[in-house]
Design a protein around this ligand. Structure first.
Ligand code: ADP
Ligand code: MG
Length: 328
């Protein structure tokens, strides 16, 4: 998935101010996280990495729709029943998610999640869901039925059977929050890579920018772009790992909230944006919007650029990005 698309080239070197690079790869939020920090020694490096893990674990407890004890599960189990009081942090994440739904004309919709009852990408699906099942499921989808009460700090899902999930934004959010926390602790540089939802800050100890290589999933050994990543985030979403096949057609894990069917036509989207949260949500949205509408929308958003690879392997870029494709 994302991790095969993007990898970091870390140029290790001995620095003048005796800073070094420390890494840890671990599983959090059901995904691979690669944590990198610059620190003066391994004790300090470990402290920073432990802080990052604790922060991501805390966020997971709040936003996971798998964890029955999370506030998100509480919202879901009270769908059509009653509003649920949640932490300000979760309330605001839902508010921002709805803003992205508005920005993408509903391509991005956290209430897509009721459909994870019929579309399962864990190998457990034996047959294609029927038209009726899809129609019934899509009726429960619609961000306009997520009701926010700012005064009381509550969230109410209007319809019974509605469900929200942060699969397309949660890892980006966790990467942003963790970066912020480490920066506040005085960590001079680092990378939070949440399975390809990546956020960097500072520079490598030798003064060079962090660099990312972007590969074409059709030919993973060839990097077609090597880009410096300054203060921002880059996220890649791919459809080549989480999918099911029925009658020779591949159905991937990003669902069009309007039709209830998985999106088609794109195999990979990379978005560069000021925050990983926005990049994450937009990458998913572009799959649903399709390459023309998706690129057009990205061209209208300041400080956001993207690279789209379609199912024929063609590479498309938004207007403000210029990548020289390497052919060998
Ligand atoms: P991953 O990093 O796991 O590949 P992505 O950022 O590509 O995730 O987002 C895909 C995930 O988002 C799906 O697995 C699902 O949980 C969720 N999702 C699917 N369709 C939508 C949608 N239209 N809007 C919001 N979230 C979605
Ligand atoms: Mg996403």
């Amino acid at each position: 998935m994302k991790k095969v698309l993007l990898f970091l080239i870390l140029l290790q070197s001995v620095s003048s101010n005796a800073q070094d690079v420390f890494h840890k790869t671990t599983k959090l939020m059901g995904s691979r996280f690669d944590l990198t920090v610059v620190a003066k020694d391994s004790t300090e490096g470990k402290k920073y990495i432990d802080t990052a893990i604790a922060e991501i674990t805390r966020i997971e407890k709040l936003i996971s729709s798998w964890d029955v004890n999370s506030q998100t599960s509480d919202i879901n189990s009270n769908a059509g029943v009653k509003p649920v009081k949640v932490d300000k942090e979760l309330f605001e994440l839902i508010e921002r998610s709805i803003a992205i739904s508005n920005l993408t004309d509903g391509a991005f919709d956290i209430s897509y999640a009721s459909m994870d009852r019929i579309w399962k990408f864990d190998g457990s699906m034996a047959k294609m869901p029927s038209k009726d099942e899809i129609t019934a499921s899509v009726e429960k989808v619609g961000y306009k039925n997520i009701l926010l009460d700012k005064i009381n700090g509550t969230i109410f899902l209007k319809l019974k059977g509605m469900k929200i999930g942060f699969g397309a934004i949660g890892k980006g959010y966790a990467a942003d929050k963790t970066k912020k926390l480490l920066m506040e602790m005085g960590v001079s540089a680092g990378i939070i890579n949440a399975s390809g939802d990546m956020n960097t800050w500072g520079k490598q100890p030798d003064g060079k920018e962090w660099t990312i290589a972007i590969t074409n999933p059709m030919n993973k050994n060839i990097a077609f772009a090597l880009l410096p990543l300054k203060q921002g985030a880059v996220v890649t979403s791919g459809d080549y790992e989480k999918y099911v096949m029925f009658n020779g057609v591949r159905y991937a894990h990003i669902i069009n909230p309007k039709t209830g069917y998985p999106s088609q036509g794109i195999i990979s989207v990379t978005v560069f944006a000021p925050s990983a949260e926005l990049a994450d949500a937009l990458a998913t949205s572009i799959f649903v919007m399709g390459k023309e509408v998706g690129l057009d929308r990205i061209n209208q958003i300041p400080n956001v650029v993207c690279i789209v690879i379609d199912t024929e392997g063609h590479i498309h870029q938004s207007e403000n990005i210029k990548i020289n494709e390497k052919t060998n």
